[in-house]
Design a protein. Structure first.
Length: 279
């Protein structure tokens, strides 16, 4: 994944690029491999084993975690802070957080699902940070997700009957990887067939500002932006995939303020509402 050197003035946050944001809009996720240093990953295993104190729903991020605490330092890492700002802006609130633990040889997986699917906002989204302090191997399970599924609305566990979908992403990653997910993506924790306890820490963030042009927009006109937004994923047929592209255009228009942006004229055609009376 490309890195951007653009930083927010007065901070060490490294913002996402327009290409990375377009990839998020298309895929429903942005992945930052090994951005947490080894010493913090070692500390995390102890912290997560003992649990992270809960905070009330809607607590401002600046008040949610004690200054200098592990989670506070995790969120201040330049790439983590920059990605969070790019996606939800300054001053988000913490919806909730949780430590997910997968025991060795537990013999079961979490059904494929989407979180809080009553949330069907077309013009805004929450993000979920998922942090993996250990190297995650295929044997350890990891988090399965379905790229591009976040804008296909389903009731929370309606997808639970499906064991595998074409093009699914079963996470295998180095230690210290952080993934940001759109709240609507289909996902599930896979069973752990290894001899090691697997930890994952997640936080859901609610934006408090309009999610518009919050990232490094220097490459907004890069042709790769359109290429990312027009991506195809194999879990849907070509014709039904138009729905995904259509919804991506709507979200990209909202994120950029560019009401003329389109792919293949679809949104322009459907949005045609002539107001001039016939002569």
């Amino acid at each position: 994944m490309e890195e951007t050197e653009k930083k927010i003035p007065g901070t060490s946050r490294q913002l996402l690029s327009s290409v990375q944001m377009a990839r998020f809009v298309a895929r429903g996720a942005v992945r930052l491999d090994a951005v947490v240093p080894p010493e913090m990953n070692a500390e995390a295993l102890h912290v997560l084993a003992h649990g992270v104190p809960q905070v009330p729903y809607g607590t401002p991020l600046g008040q949610a975690f004690a200054p200098g605490s592990f989670v506070d330092r995790l969120l201040q890492l330049p790439q983590v802070a920059g990605a969070l700002h790019s996606l939800v802006g300054p001053g988000p609130t913490v919806d909730h957080h949780a430590v997910h633990t997968r025991e060795p040889h537990e013999g079961q997986a979490q059904p494929l699902h989407a979180d809080a699917i009553i949330d069907v906002r077309p013009d805004a989204f929450d993000v979920q940070l998922m942090y993996y302090p250990q190297e995650v191997t295929l044997e350890m399970g990891g988090t399965l997700s379905v790229p591009g599924s976040h804008l296909r609305r389903t009731n929370e566990s309606d997808t639970g009957r499906y064991q595998n979908l074409r093009g699914q992403d079963r996470l295998v990653c180095p230690a210290g990887t952080v993934v940001f997910l759109h709240h609507g993506i289909w996902h599930g924790g896979r069973r752990n067939d290894s001899d090691i306890v697997r930890y994952m820490f997640k936080i859901r963030f609610n934006p408090q500002v309009r999610q518009r042009l919050l990232w490094d927009t220097a490459d907004l006109d890069d042709p790769q932006v359109r290429t990312e937004l027009d991506a195809h994923f194999p879990w849907y047929e070509h014709a039904t995939g138009r729905l995904e592209r259509y919804n991506r255009v709507l979200l990209w228009r909202e994120l950029t303020g560019d009401d003329a942006f389109d792919l293949d004229h679809w949104v322009t055609r459907v949005g045609n509402r002539p107001q001039e009376p016939a002569a």
